[in-house]
Design a protein around this ligand. Sequence first.
Ligand SMILES: *[C@@H]1O[C@H](CO)[C@@H](O)[C@H](O)[C@H]1NC(C)=O
Ligand SMILES: *[C@@H]1O[C@H](CO)[C@@H](O)[C@H](O)[C@H]1NC(C)=O
Ligand SMILES: *[C@@H]1O[C@H](CO)[C@@H](O)[C@H](O)[C@H]1NC(C)=O
Ligand SMILES: *[C@@H]1O[C@H](CO)[C@@H](O)[C@H](O)[C@H]1NC(C)=O
Ligand SMILES: *[C@@H]1O[C@H](CO)[C@@H](O)[C@H](O)[C@H]1NC(C)=O
Length: 511
Amino acid sequence: MHLLYAFLVLLSLSHGFSPNCARRCSCDSVQSVQCYRLTEVPSGIPSTTKKLYISHSKIQHLQLSNFTRLLALEEFILLACGTEFVENDTFKILSTLKTLELLKNKLRRVPGALPASLEVLKLNDNSIYALQGSDFEGLKNLKVLELKNNLISSLSPSMLSSLVSLQNLMVDGNNIDSVAGPLILPYLKHMSMENNKLHFIPGSFFTSLQSLQFLSFSDNFLSKIPVNLPKSLLSLKMERNQLKEFRFQDVKHLENLSHLYLSENFLSSIDGAQLLVNLTTLEVSQNHLQMLPHKLPARLQKLDCSNNLIQRVTAQDFQDLRDLKHLFLDNNIVSLFEAGALQRCSQLSNLALEQNLLLSIPLRLPKTLARLDLKGNAIQDIAERELKDLKQLQVLNLRNNKISALDLKALEGLPRLRHLYLDGNPWNCTCSLLRAREIFKAKGTDVRGGQCAAPAERQGESWMSSRKIMRQCEHHLHQTEKSKEAKKKSKPEDFSSKISMDDDDYDYEID
Ligand SMILES: *[C@@H]1O[C@H](CO)[C@@H](O)[C@H](O)[C@H]1NC(C)=O
Ligand SMILES: *[C@@H]1O[C@H](CO)[C@@H](O)[C@H](O)[C@H]1NC(C)=O
Ligand SMILES: *[C@@H]1O[C@H](CO)[C@@H](O)[C@H](O)[C@H]1NC(C)=O
Ligand SMILES: *[C@@H]1O[C@H](CO)[C@@H](O)[C@H](O)[C@H]1NC(C)=O
Ligand SMILES: *[C@@H]1O[C@H](CO)[C@@H](O)[C@H](O)[C@H]1NC(C)=O
Protein backbone atom coordinates (compact mmCIF):
# COMPACT_ATOMS: atom_id res chain seq x y z
CA MET A 1 0.00 0.00 0.00
CA HIS A 2 2.75 2.42 1.01
CA LEU A 3 4.73 1.42 -2.03
CA LEU A 4 1.80 2.07 -4.29
CA TYR A 5 1.32 5.49 -2.71
CA ALA A 6 4.99 6.32 -3.08
CA PHE A 7 4.80 5.27 -6.70
CA LEU A 8 1.79 7.50 -7.35
CA VAL A 9 3.47 10.46 -5.69
CA LEU A 10 6.57 9.87 -7.77
CA LEU A 11 4.45 9.64 -10.86
CA SER A 12 2.73 12.90 -10.06
CA LEU A 13 6.02 14.58 -9.20
CA SER A 14 7.48 13.49 -12.50
CA HIS A 15 4.89 15.69 -14.20
CA GLY A 16 6.45 18.52 -12.29
CA PHE A 17 9.61 18.19 -14.33
CA SER A 18 7.90 20.01 -17.14
CA PRO A 19 9.56 23.44 -17.34
CA ASN A 20 6.35 25.30 -16.40
CA CYS A 21 5.72 23.59 -13.11
CA ALA A 22 7.36 24.07 -9.72
CA ARG A 23 9.25 21.48 -7.74
CA ARG A 24 7.03 19.00 -5.83
CA CYS A 25 4.04 20.13 -7.84
CA SER A 26 2.21 18.62 -10.73
CA CYS A 27 0.58 20.84 -13.31
CA ASP A 28 -2.11 19.49 -15.55
CA SER A 29 -3.65 20.80 -18.71
CA VAL A 30 -6.78 22.22 -17.11
CA GLN A 31 -4.75 24.82 -15.24
CA SER A 32 -4.86 22.84 -12.07
CA VAL A 33 -1.76 22.42 -9.88
CA GLN A 34 -1.26 20.05 -6.96
CA CYS A 35 1.67 20.30 -4.57
CA TYR A 36 2.89 18.36 -1.51
CA ARG A 37 5.60 18.89 1.09
CA LEU A 38 6.23 22.57 0.42
CA THR A 39 7.47 25.29 2.74
CA GLU A 40 6.13 28.16 0.69
CA VAL A 41 3.51 28.99 -1.90
CA PRO A 42 5.19 27.86 -5.15
CA SER A 43 6.58 30.65 -7.28
CA GLY A 44 7.26 28.58 -10.40
CA ILE A 45 3.75 27.72 -11.49
CA PRO A 46 1.95 29.29 -14.47
CA SER A 47 0.21 32.56 -13.76
CA THR A 48 -2.82 31.17 -15.61
CA THR A 49 -3.37 28.58 -12.85
CA LYS A 50 -7.02 28.39 -11.85
CA LYS A 51 -6.89 25.71 -9.23
CA LEU A 52 -4.12 25.38 -6.67
CA TYR A 53 -4.14 22.53 -4.17
CA ILE A 54 -1.41 22.31 -1.53
CA SER A 55 -1.43 19.63 1.13
CA HIS A 56 0.76 18.10 3.83
CA SER A 57 3.20 20.98 3.82
CA LYS A 58 4.63 23.45 6.34
CA ILE A 59 3.33 26.90 5.56
CA GLN A 60 2.86 28.75 8.83
CA HIS A 61 2.13 32.18 7.51
CA LEU A 62 0.42 33.57 4.42
CA GLN A 63 0.53 37.13 3.07
CA LEU A 64 -0.52 39.13 0.07
CA SER A 65 2.85 38.92 -1.72
CA ASN A 66 2.52 35.13 -1.95
CA PHE A 67 -0.42 35.46 -4.36
CA THR A 68 0.39 38.49 -6.48
CA ARG A 69 1.38 36.24 -9.40
CA LEU A 70 -1.71 34.07 -9.20
CA LEU A 71 -4.39 36.49 -10.28
CA ALA A 72 -6.34 33.90 -12.30
CA LEU A 73 -6.93 31.71 -9.27
CA GLU A 74 -10.52 30.44 -8.85
CA GLU A 75 -9.95 27.72 -6.31
CA PHE A 76 -7.35 27.56 -3.54
CA ILE A 77 -7.17 24.61 -1.19
CA LEU A 78 -4.64 24.39 1.64
CA LEU A 79 -4.95 21.14 3.55
CA ALA A 80 -2.94 20.12 6.61
CA CYS A 81 -0.16 22.68 6.22
CA GLY A 82 0.11 23.85 9.84
CA THR A 83 -0.98 27.35 8.83
CA GLU A 84 -1.44 29.58 11.88
CA PHE A 85 -1.75 33.04 10.53
CA VAL A 86 -3.14 34.72 7.42
CA GLU A 87 -2.40 38.43 7.15
CA ASN A 88 -5.21 40.86 6.41
CA ASP A 89 -5.87 41.34 2.71
CA THR A 90 -3.93 38.22 1.67
CA PHE A 91 -6.68 37.05 -0.68
CA LYS A 92 -8.21 40.39 -1.51
CA ILE A 93 -6.55 40.80 -4.91
CA LEU A 94 -7.81 37.40 -6.12
CA SER A 95 -10.89 38.88 -7.71
CA THR A 96 -11.93 35.65 -9.45
CA LEU A 97 -11.53 33.39 -6.41
CA LYS A 98 -14.66 31.31 -5.94
CA THR A 99 -13.57 28.56 -3.58
CA LEU A 100 -11.29 28.91 -0.57
CA GLU A 101 -10.64 25.90 1.64
CA LEU A 102 -8.15 26.14 4.49
CA LEU A 103 -8.72 22.77 6.13
CA LYS A 104 -6.98 21.06 9.07
CA ASN A 105 -4.73 23.98 9.86
CA LYS A 106 -4.18 26.02 13.02
CA LEU A 107 -6.08 29.21 12.22
CA ARG A 108 -7.51 31.09 15.18
CA ARG A 109 -9.43 33.68 13.14
CA VAL A 110 -11.31 33.81 9.85
CA PRO A 111 -8.89 35.43 7.35
CA GLY A 112 -9.73 39.12 6.90
CA ALA A 113 -10.85 40.94 3.75
CA LEU A 114 -11.90 38.03 1.59
CA PRO A 115 -12.78 38.76 -2.06
CA ALA A 116 -16.42 39.44 -2.92
CA SER A 117 -16.28 36.77 -5.66
CA LEU A 118 -16.14 33.98 -3.05
CA GLU A 119 -18.91 31.35 -3.25
CA VAL A 120 -17.50 28.56 -1.09
CA LEU A 121 -15.54 29.06 2.14
CA LYS A 122 -14.49 26.01 4.16
CA LEU A 123 -12.45 26.42 7.33
CA ASN A 124 -13.12 23.05 8.95
CA ASP A 125 -10.75 21.60 11.56
CA ASN A 126 -8.99 24.75 12.74
CA SER A 127 -8.95 26.56 16.10
CA ILE A 128 -11.22 29.48 15.23
CA TYR A 129 -12.73 30.59 18.52
CA ALA A 130 -15.00 33.48 17.52
CA LEU A 131 -16.74 35.05 14.54
CA GLN A 132 -17.14 38.75 13.91
CA GLY A 133 -19.43 40.61 11.55
CA SER A 134 -16.40 42.05 9.77
CA ASP A 135 -15.09 38.56 8.95
CA PHE A 136 -17.63 38.09 6.19
CA GLU A 137 -18.15 41.65 5.12
CA GLY A 138 -18.95 42.02 1.43
CA LEU A 139 -19.33 38.29 0.78
CA LYS A 140 -22.65 38.71 -0.91
CA ASN A 141 -22.05 35.76 -3.26
CA LEU A 142 -21.11 33.24 -0.61
CA LYS A 143 -23.31 30.15 -0.81
CA VAL A 144 -21.45 27.64 1.35
CA LEU A 145 -19.84 28.33 4.73
CA GLU A 146 -18.33 25.43 6.66
CA LEU A 147 -16.70 25.90 10.06
CA LYS A 148 -16.88 22.36 11.44
CA ASN A 149 -14.65 21.33 14.31
CA ASN A 150 -13.49 24.70 15.56
CA LEU A 151 -13.88 26.38 18.97
CA ILE A 152 -16.72 28.80 18.30
CA SER A 153 -18.93 29.34 21.34
CA SER A 154 -21.80 31.47 20.09
CA LEU A 155 -23.68 32.44 16.98
CA SER A 156 -25.58 35.69 16.52
CA PRO A 157 -27.27 37.51 13.64
CA SER A 158 -24.65 40.27 13.33
CA MET A 159 -21.91 37.74 12.57
CA LEU A 160 -23.64 36.48 9.45
CA SER A 161 -25.61 39.52 8.33
CA SER A 162 -23.51 40.10 5.19
CA LEU A 163 -24.16 36.62 3.82
CA VAL A 164 -27.32 37.41 1.88
CA SER A 165 -26.89 34.48 -0.56
CA LEU A 166 -25.90 31.80 1.92
CA GLN A 167 -27.45 28.35 1.25
CA ASN A 168 -25.38 26.02 3.45
CA LEU A 169 -24.12 26.68 6.96
CA MET A 170 -22.24 23.91 8.76
CA VAL A 171 -20.93 24.58 12.26
CA ASP A 172 -20.91 21.04 13.66
CA GLY A 173 -18.37 20.13 16.32
CA ASN A 174 -17.86 23.53 17.97
CA ASN A 175 -18.59 24.69 21.53
CA ILE A 176 -21.70 26.67 20.68
CA ASP A 177 -23.83 27.05 23.79
CA SER A 178 -25.85 30.05 22.76
CA VAL A 179 -27.50 31.26 19.61
CA ALA A 180 -29.50 34.41 19.05
CA GLY A 181 -31.98 35.36 16.35
CA PRO A 182 -33.30 36.20 13.99
CA LEU A 183 -30.69 34.96 11.55
CA ILE A 184 -31.52 36.79 8.36
CA LEU A 185 -30.50 34.29 5.72
CA PRO A 186 -33.39 34.15 3.27
CA TYR A 187 -31.83 31.50 0.97
CA LEU A 188 -30.43 29.20 3.63
CA LYS A 189 -31.40 25.61 2.77
CA HIS A 190 -29.11 23.45 4.92
CA MET A 191 -28.09 24.21 8.47
CA SER A 192 -26.19 21.80 10.63
CA MET A 193 -25.19 22.50 14.23
CA GLU A 194 -24.50 18.94 15.34
CA ASN A 195 -22.29 18.17 18.28
CA ASN A 196 -22.36 21.51 20.11
CA LYS A 197 -23.50 22.47 23.60
CA LEU A 198 -26.94 23.88 22.98
CA HIS A 199 -29.54 23.69 25.74
CA PHE A 200 -31.99 26.13 24.25
CA ILE A 201 -32.91 27.72 20.90
CA PRO A 202 -34.79 31.04 21.19
CA GLY A 203 -38.07 31.28 19.32
CA SER A 204 -36.81 34.20 17.23
CA PHE A 205 -33.92 32.19 15.77
CA PHE A 206 -35.85 30.85 12.77
CA THR A 207 -38.16 33.72 11.90
CA SER A 208 -36.14 34.80 8.84
CA LEU A 209 -35.05 31.41 7.56
CA GLN A 210 -37.94 30.92 5.20
CA SER A 211 -36.06 28.56 2.80
CA LEU A 212 -34.61 26.15 5.34
CA GLN A 213 -35.16 22.51 4.35
CA PHE A 214 -32.53 20.46 6.20
CA LEU A 215 -31.87 21.17 9.85
CA SER A 216 -29.79 19.18 12.30
CA PHE A 217 -29.32 19.73 16.03
CA SER A 218 -28.16 16.17 16.76
CA ASP A 219 -25.72 15.72 19.66
CA ASN A 220 -26.69 18.71 21.79
CA PHE A 221 -28.47 19.06 25.15
CA LEU A 222 -31.88 20.14 23.96
CA SER A 223 -34.80 19.04 26.10
CA LYS A 224 -37.49 20.58 23.88
CA ILE A 225 -38.21 20.78 20.19
CA PRO A 226 -37.44 24.39 19.17
CA VAL A 227 -40.50 26.54 18.56
CA ASN A 228 -41.18 28.40 15.31
CA LEU A 229 -39.38 25.90 13.10
CA PRO A 230 -39.64 27.06 9.48
CA LYS A 231 -42.55 25.65 7.50
CA SER A 232 -40.23 24.82 4.63
CA LEU A 233 -38.43 22.02 6.55
CA LEU A 234 -38.11 18.61 4.87
CA SER A 235 -35.77 17.00 7.38
CA LEU A 236 -35.24 17.54 11.10
CA LYS A 237 -32.55 15.73 13.07
CA MET A 238 -32.62 15.82 16.87
CA GLU A 239 -30.75 12.61 17.67
CA ARG A 240 -28.79 12.31 20.91
CA ASN A 241 -30.37 15.18 22.80
CA GLN A 242 -32.36 15.16 26.04
CA LEU A 243 -35.90 15.12 24.75
CA LYS A 244 -38.34 13.72 27.28
CA GLU A 245 -41.41 14.50 25.28
CA PHE A 246 -42.25 15.30 21.70
CA ARG A 247 -45.46 17.17 21.04
CA PHE A 248 -46.51 16.88 17.42
CA GLN A 249 -48.81 19.79 18.12
CA ASP A 250 -45.66 21.99 18.12
CA VAL A 251 -44.59 20.88 14.66
CA LYS A 252 -47.87 20.34 12.88
CA HIS A 253 -47.25 23.40 10.70
CA LEU A 254 -44.35 21.49 9.05
CA GLU A 255 -46.55 20.29 6.24
CA ASN A 256 -43.65 19.10 4.07
CA LEU A 257 -41.55 17.41 6.73
CA SER A 258 -40.61 13.97 5.43
CA HIS A 259 -37.71 12.87 7.63
CA LEU A 260 -37.70 13.04 11.41
CA TYR A 261 -34.84 11.63 13.50
CA LEU A 262 -35.34 11.35 17.26
CA SER A 263 -33.14 8.40 18.19
CA GLU A 264 -31.22 8.29 21.46
CA ASN A 265 -33.37 10.58 23.57
CA PHE A 266 -35.53 9.90 26.63
CA LEU A 267 -38.92 9.63 24.99
CA SER A 268 -41.36 7.30 26.69
CA SER A 269 -44.14 7.81 24.17
CA ILE A 270 -44.77 9.64 20.95
CA ASP A 271 -48.31 10.06 19.81
CA GLY A 272 -49.90 12.22 17.19
CA ALA A 273 -47.42 11.83 14.36
CA GLN A 274 -50.34 11.60 11.94
CA LEU A 275 -50.34 15.41 11.98
CA LEU A 276 -47.24 15.26 9.78
CA VAL A 277 -48.96 14.02 6.65
CA ASN A 278 -45.82 13.92 4.49
CA LEU A 279 -43.63 12.03 6.92
CA THR A 280 -41.90 9.07 5.24
CA THR A 281 -39.11 8.31 7.73
CA LEU A 282 -39.42 8.23 11.49
CA GLU A 283 -36.51 7.08 13.64
CA VAL A 284 -37.01 6.72 17.40
CA SER A 285 -34.43 4.10 18.20
CA GLN A 286 -32.90 3.98 21.71
CA ASN A 287 -35.61 5.73 23.66
CA HIS A 288 -37.88 4.44 26.41
CA LEU A 289 -40.95 3.57 24.37
CA GLN A 290 -43.09 0.87 25.94
CA MET A 291 -45.55 0.85 23.09
CA LEU A 292 -45.46 1.46 19.37
CA PRO A 293 -46.42 5.05 18.49
CA HIS A 294 -50.16 5.44 17.96
CA LYS A 295 -51.59 6.97 14.82
CA LEU A 296 -48.63 7.02 12.52
CA PRO A 297 -48.91 8.97 9.25
CA ALA A 298 -50.09 6.91 6.30
CA ARG A 299 -47.15 7.74 4.01
CA LEU A 300 -44.54 6.30 6.33
CA GLN A 301 -41.98 4.14 4.52
CA LYS A 302 -39.43 3.56 7.23
CA LEU A 303 -40.07 3.19 10.95
CA ASP A 304 -37.22 2.51 13.35
CA CYS A 305 -38.35 1.72 16.90
CA SER A 306 -35.41 -0.54 17.71
CA ASN A 307 -33.80 -0.54 21.15
CA ASN A 308 -36.87 0.39 23.17
CA LEU A 309 -39.08 -1.47 25.62
CA ILE A 310 -41.89 -2.49 23.30
CA GLN A 311 -43.73 -5.65 24.32
CA ARG A 312 -46.55 -6.06 21.84
CA VAL A 313 -47.13 -5.71 18.12
CA THR A 314 -50.77 -5.64 17.08
CA ALA A 315 -52.71 -5.14 13.86
CA GLN A 316 -54.07 -1.89 15.22
CA ASP A 317 -50.57 -0.40 15.32
CA PHE A 318 -50.12 -0.86 11.58
CA GLN A 319 -53.55 -0.69 10.04
CA ASP A 320 -52.94 2.41 7.87
CA LEU A 321 -49.32 1.93 6.91
CA ARG A 322 -49.68 0.72 3.36
CA ASP A 323 -46.42 2.28 2.16
CA LEU A 324 -44.20 0.89 4.90
CA LYS A 325 -41.11 -0.80 3.45
CA HIS A 326 -38.69 -1.02 6.39
CA LEU A 327 -39.66 -1.82 9.94
CA PHE A 328 -37.08 -2.09 12.71
CA LEU A 329 -38.29 -3.50 16.00
CA ASP A 330 -35.10 -5.27 17.02
CA ASN A 331 -33.77 -5.11 20.58
CA ASN A 332 -37.10 -4.70 22.31
CA ILE A 333 -38.96 -7.12 24.56
CA VAL A 334 -41.63 -8.19 22.10
CA SER A 335 -43.24 -11.38 23.29
CA LEU A 336 -46.63 -10.91 21.68
CA PHE A 337 -46.84 -10.51 17.92
CA GLU A 338 -50.41 -10.75 16.74
CA ALA A 339 -50.97 -13.05 13.75
CA GLY A 340 -51.39 -10.91 10.63
CA ALA A 341 -50.37 -7.72 12.46
CA LEU A 342 -48.54 -6.47 9.36
CA GLN A 343 -50.93 -7.81 6.72
CA ARG A 344 -51.98 -4.32 5.62
CA CYS A 345 -48.36 -3.32 4.99
CA SER A 346 -48.38 -4.59 1.45
CA GLN A 347 -44.97 -3.11 0.56
CA LEU A 348 -42.97 -4.31 3.54
CA SER A 349 -39.66 -5.80 2.44
CA ASN A 350 -37.46 -5.59 5.50
CA LEU A 351 -38.51 -6.69 8.98
CA ALA A 352 -36.03 -6.63 11.87
CA LEU A 353 -37.19 -8.48 14.98
CA GLU A 354 -33.88 -9.72 16.32
CA GLN A 355 -33.18 -9.71 20.06
CA ASN A 356 -36.73 -9.98 21.32
CA LEU A 357 -38.64 -12.59 23.29
CA LEU A 358 -40.55 -14.37 20.53
CA LEU A 359 -41.29 -18.05 21.03
CA SER A 360 -42.29 -18.67 17.41
CA ILE A 361 -42.11 -17.06 13.98
CA PRO A 362 -45.07 -14.63 13.69
CA LEU A 363 -47.91 -15.93 11.53
CA ARG A 364 -49.20 -14.31 8.32
CA LEU A 365 -46.29 -11.97 7.67
CA PRO A 366 -46.59 -9.89 4.46
CA LYS A 367 -45.82 -11.83 1.27
CA THR A 368 -43.50 -9.04 0.12
CA LEU A 369 -40.81 -9.63 2.75
CA ALA A 370 -37.30 -9.95 1.33
CA ARG A 371 -35.44 -9.93 4.64
CA LEU A 372 -36.59 -11.30 7.96
CA ASP A 373 -34.33 -11.14 10.99
CA LEU A 374 -35.33 -13.19 14.03
CA LYS A 375 -31.89 -13.68 15.52
CA GLY A 376 -31.65 -13.96 19.29
CA ASN A 377 -35.23 -14.86 20.18
CA ALA A 378 -36.47 -18.03 21.85
CA ILE A 379 -37.95 -19.73 18.80
CA GLN A 380 -38.10 -23.51 19.15
CA ASP A 381 -39.23 -24.68 15.76
CA ILE A 382 -40.02 -23.65 12.23
CA ALA A 383 -43.47 -24.53 10.97
CA GLU A 384 -44.48 -24.73 7.35
CA ARG A 385 -47.49 -22.46 7.83
CA GLU A 386 -45.29 -19.65 9.19
CA LEU A 387 -43.13 -19.40 6.09
CA LYS A 388 -45.12 -20.82 3.22
CA ASP A 389 -46.30 -17.50 1.76
CA LEU A 390 -42.95 -15.73 1.87
CA LYS A 391 -42.15 -16.28 -1.80
CA GLN A 392 -39.95 -13.16 -1.98
CA LEU A 393 -37.82 -13.97 1.04
CA GLN A 394 -34.09 -13.79 0.30
CA VAL A 395 -32.53 -13.55 3.75
CA LEU A 396 -33.75 -15.39 6.82
CA ASN A 397 -31.84 -15.08 10.06
CA LEU A 398 -32.71 -17.54 12.83
CA ARG A 399 -29.31 -17.50 14.54
CA ASN A 400 -29.20 -17.93 18.33
CA ASN A 401 -32.63 -19.39 18.92
CA LYS A 402 -33.68 -22.71 20.42
CA ILE A 403 -34.29 -24.72 17.29
CA SER A 404 -33.09 -28.34 17.29
CA ALA A 405 -34.76 -29.80 14.21
CA LEU A 406 -35.79 -28.56 10.76
CA ASP A 407 -39.08 -29.11 9.00
CA LEU A 408 -37.84 -29.58 5.45
CA LYS A 409 -41.20 -28.68 3.94
CA ALA A 410 -41.09 -25.26 5.58
CA LEU A 411 -37.81 -24.39 3.91
CA GLU A 412 -38.46 -26.01 0.54
CA GLY A 413 -41.27 -23.52 0.00
CA LEU A 414 -38.94 -20.49 -0.13
CA PRO A 415 -37.97 -20.20 -3.80
CA ARG A 416 -35.81 -17.06 -3.54
CA LEU A 417 -34.00 -17.81 -0.32
CA ARG A 418 -30.28 -17.05 -0.73
CA HIS A 419 -28.98 -16.61 2.81
CA LEU A 420 -30.04 -18.65 5.78
CA TYR A 421 -28.49 -18.24 9.22
CA LEU A 422 -29.10 -21.18 11.54
CA ASP A 423 -26.00 -21.19 13.72
CA GLY A 424 -26.22 -20.77 17.47
CA ASN A 425 -29.11 -23.22 17.76
CA PRO A 426 -28.95 -26.51 19.69
CA TRP A 427 -29.05 -28.79 16.66
CA ASN A 428 -29.97 -32.41 17.03
CA CYS A 429 -27.84 -33.78 14.21
CA THR A 430 -29.90 -36.69 13.05
CA CYS A 431 -29.44 -38.03 9.55
CA SER A 432 -32.57 -36.25 8.45
CA LEU A 433 -30.93 -32.92 9.29
CA LEU A 434 -28.22 -33.99 6.83
CA ARG A 435 -30.91 -34.23 4.20
CA ALA A 436 -31.61 -30.53 4.74
CA ARG A 437 -27.99 -29.93 3.88
CA GLU A 438 -28.40 -31.68 0.53
CA ILE A 439 -31.49 -29.66 -0.26
CA PHE A 440 -29.80 -26.34 0.50
CA LYS A 441 -26.82 -27.27 -1.62
CA ALA A 442 -29.06 -28.17 -4.51
CA LYS A 443 -30.88 -24.84 -4.25
CA GLY A 444 -27.63 -22.87 -3.95
CA THR A 445 -28.71 -21.34 -0.64
CA ASP A 446 -25.84 -19.99 1.43
CA VAL A 447 -26.37 -21.55 4.85
CA ARG A 448 -24.59 -21.04 8.12
CA GLY A 449 -25.51 -24.21 9.96
CA GLY A 450 -23.63 -24.02 13.21
CA GLN A 451 -22.82 -26.93 15.45
CA CYS A 452 -24.50 -30.04 16.77
CA ALA A 453 -25.63 -30.13 20.40
CA ALA A 454 -26.82 -33.74 20.14
CA PRO A 455 -26.43 -36.67 19.85
CA ALA A 456 -23.48 -36.87 22.22
CA GLU A 457 -21.04 -38.38 19.69
CA ARG A 458 -21.65 -35.57 17.19
CA GLN A 459 -21.51 -32.65 19.64
CA GLY A 460 -19.48 -29.72 18.32
CA GLU A 461 -19.48 -30.99 14.71
CA SER A 462 -20.52 -28.45 12.06
CA TRP A 463 -23.43 -30.16 10.44
CA MET A 464 -23.22 -28.31 7.12
CA SER A 465 -19.67 -29.52 6.51
CA SER A 466 -18.89 -32.45 8.81
CA ARG A 467 -17.45 -35.44 6.91
CA LYS A 468 -17.88 -37.58 9.95
CA ILE A 469 -21.65 -37.19 10.03
CA MET A 470 -21.72 -37.51 6.27
CA ARG A 471 -20.04 -40.93 6.49
CA GLN A 472 -22.26 -42.03 9.30
CA CYS A 473 -25.38 -41.03 7.41
CA GLU A 474 -24.27 -42.27 4.00
CA HIS A 475 -26.66 -45.17 3.97
CA HIS A 476 -29.56 -42.96 5.05
CA LEU A 477 -28.87 -40.37 2.37
CA HIS A 478 -28.55 -42.88 -0.46
CA GLN A 479 -32.08 -44.00 0.17
CA THR A 480 -33.48 -40.57 -0.44
CA GLU A 481 -31.01 -39.52 -3.13
CA LYS A 482 -32.73 -41.50 -5.85
CA SER A 483 -36.06 -39.81 -5.48
CA LYS A 484 -34.39 -36.40 -5.72
CA GLU A 485 -32.28 -37.29 -8.74
CA ALA A 486 -34.78 -36.28 -11.39
CA LYS A 487 -35.44 -32.92 -9.74
CA LYS A 488 -31.75 -32.13 -9.48
CA LYS A 489 -31.13 -32.64 -13.17
CA SER A 490 -33.69 -30.12 -14.26
CA LYS A 491 -32.20 -27.52 -11.92
CA PRO A 492 -28.42 -27.65 -12.04
CA GLU A 493 -26.44 -26.65 -8.97
CA ASP A 494 -24.74 -23.33 -9.13
CA PHE A 495 -22.09 -22.96 -6.50
CA SER A 496 -20.24 -20.24 -8.35
CA SER A 497 -22.80 -17.65 -7.29
CA LYS A 498 -22.42 -18.44 -3.62
CA ILE A 499 -21.52 -15.50 -1.48
CA SER A 500 -18.79 -15.67 1.14
CA MET A 501 -19.83 -17.25 4.40
CA ASP A 502 -18.18 -14.40 6.24
CA ASP A 503 -20.69 -11.90 5.01
CA ASP A 504 -22.20 -11.33 8.42
CA ASP A 505 -23.56 -7.86 7.75
CA TYR A 506 -25.47 -8.79 4.67
CA ASP A 507 -28.72 -9.23 6.54
CA TYR A 508 -28.79 -5.60 7.63
CA GLU A 509 -28.48 -4.12 4.20
CA ILE A 510 -31.39 -2.17 2.78
CA ASP A 511 -31.96 -1.59 -0.91
C1 LIG B 1 5.37 34.77 1.24
O1 LIG B 1 6.05 35.88 0.76
C2 LIG B 1 7.08 36.34 1.61
C3 LIG B 1 7.62 37.64 1.03
O2 LIG B 1 7.69 37.56 -0.35
C4 LIG B 1 8.15 35.28 1.71
O3 LIG B 1 9.20 35.71 2.59
C5 LIG B 1 7.53 34.04 2.27
O4 LIG B 1 8.46 32.97 2.30
C6 LIG B 1 6.33 33.62 1.47
N1 LIG B 1 5.65 32.60 2.22
C7 LIG B 1 5.08 31.57 1.64
C8 LIG B 1 4.40 30.61 2.56
O5 LIG B 1 5.09 31.40 0.45
C1 LIG C 1 -6.67 43.22 10.40
O1 LIG C 1 -8.04 43.56 10.27
C2 LIG C 1 -8.72 43.62 11.49
C3 LIG C 1 -10.17 43.85 11.22
O2 LIG C 1 -10.36 44.53 10.01
C4 LIG C 1 -8.13 44.72 12.35
O3 LIG C 1 -8.81 44.76 13.59
C5 LIG C 1 -6.68 44.40 12.59
O4 LIG C 1 -6.08 45.46 13.31
C6 LIG C 1 -5.96 44.19 11.28
N1 LIG C 1 -4.64 43.73 11.54
C7 LIG C 1 -3.59 44.20 10.92
C8 LIG C 1 -2.26 43.59 11.31
O5 LIG C 1 -3.64 45.04 10.08
C1 LIG D 1 -44.17 22.22 0.30
O1 LIG D 1 -43.79 21.54 -0.87
C2 LIG D 1 -44.47 21.97 -2.02
C3 LIG D 1 -44.11 21.04 -3.14
O2 LIG D 1 -42.74 20.87 -3.23
C4 LIG D 1 -44.12 23.42 -2.27
O3 LIG D 1 -44.79 23.89 -3.41
C5 LIG D 1 -44.51 24.24 -1.06
O4 LIG D 1 -44.11 25.56 -1.23
C6 LIG D 1 -43.87 23.68 0.19
N1 LIG D 1 -44.38 24.37 1.35
C7 LIG D 1 -43.63 25.14 2.10
C8 LIG D 1 -44.27 25.77 3.27
O5 LIG D 1 -42.46 25.33 1.87
C1 LIG E 1 -47.47 17.37 1.58
O1 LIG E 1 -48.81 17.01 1.66
C2 LIG E 1 -49.70 17.91 1.08
C3 LIG E 1 -51.11 17.42 1.37
O2 LIG E 1 -51.24 16.07 1.06
C4 LIG E 1 -49.40 18.06 -0.39
O3 LIG E 1 -50.26 19.00 -0.98
C5 LIG E 1 -47.96 18.51 -0.55
O4 LIG E 1 -47.61 18.61 -1.90
C6 LIG E 1 -47.05 17.56 0.15
N1 LIG E 1 -45.69 18.03 0.04
C7 LIG E 1 -44.74 17.30 -0.48
C8 LIG E 1 -43.37 17.89 -0.51
O5 LIG E 1 -44.93 16.17 -0.92
C1 LIG F 1 -32.74 -36.14 18.54
O1 LIG F 1 -33.61 -36.76 17.61
C2 LIG F 1 -33.80 -38.12 17.81
C3 LIG F 1 -34.59 -38.70 16.66
O2 LIG F 1 -35.75 -37.92 16.43
C4 LIG F 1 -34.49 -38.32 19.16
O3 LIG F 1 -34.68 -39.68 19.40
C5 LIG F 1 -33.64 -37.71 20.24
O4 LIG F 1 -34.31 -37.76 21.49
C6 LIG F 1 -33.30 -36.25 19.91
N1 LIG F 1 -32.37 -35.74 20.88
C7 LIG F 1 -32.55 -34.60 21.52
C8 LIG F 1 -31.47 -34.21 22.48
O5 LIG F 1 -33.55 -33.92 21.35
